[in-house]
Design a protein around this ligand. Structure first.
Ligand SMILES: [Fe+2]
Length: 210
């Protein structure tokens, strides 16, 4: 079975320390990627191997109260979604925060939220409302009505909408901001928005919109 690998960021580890400094401490650019993000990839591989190797023995003991099979299944998606959201988080960052370069997406944001300011206010409130281990995610809700929505996700999946494609993902797990901003999550969210790389976000939107 092919293993999952830690997806490279659009910038190197040393560059990250400079271009992400407004959002997180230099240490966090390393810890968050090389420990937390990598941890989801490593554990996802470990779980998939256990499920493959355990085969019938694990399946035969499946049980709603407790089973190793059930716990592995639960943690499989926790880690898979963790890796996916972090891939998008790093891809989103490293820019100047100016949305003008994302013409198509800005048009869609204005159509669905009224204005960029309205979208930002809703995104920020969403990120402030997630649990201390959660996310705010701008998604395109392809299976409902094709609209953009800011969704509140606790952990990596609770609150998600099936088929919704993530475009911007703001990590509000405390590991994302505490080393720089302590309990000031609002400051971190503002800095996250000011560091968005809208050219890359526009590319992701254009690949997902149809
Ligand atoms: Fe994280």
């Amino acid at each position: 079975m092919a293993e999952h690998t830690l997806k490279k960021r659009p910038y190197g580890d040393e560059e990250a320390k400079k271009i992400l400094l407004g959002v997180m401490s230099a240490e966090t650019t390393d810890w968050h990627y090389n420990t937390h993000h990598k941890g989801y990839v490593v554990k996802r591989n470990e779980i998939e191997k256990k499920l493959a190797d355990g085969g019938k023995t694990l399946r035969d003991a499946a049980n709603a109260n407790y089973s190793e099979f059930g716990e592995l299944k639960r943690r499989e998606t926790f880690n898979a979604n963790g890796a996916i959201l972090h891939d998008i988080f790093w891809e989103n960052l490293g820019g100047d925060g100016k949305s003008e370069s994302a013409k198509e997406l800005v048009k869609k944001i204005i159509s669905d939220f009224g204005s960029i300011e309205e979208w930002k206010a809703d995104f920020k409130a969403t990120a402030l409302s997630a649990k201390n281990s959660g996310w705010a995610v701008l998604v395109i809700d392809k299976l409902s009505d094709g609209k953009l929505r800011n969704i509140l996700v606790d952990e990596h999946g609770y609150g998600n909408i099936w088929g919704a494609q993530p475009l911007i993902a703001c990590d509000v797990f405390e590991h994302a901001y505490y080393h720089k901003d302590g309990p000031k999550r609002a400051a971190y969210i503002d800095n996250f928005l000011s560091n968005l790389h809208w050219e890359r976000i526009e590319r992701r939107f254009n690949n997902q919109k149809n």
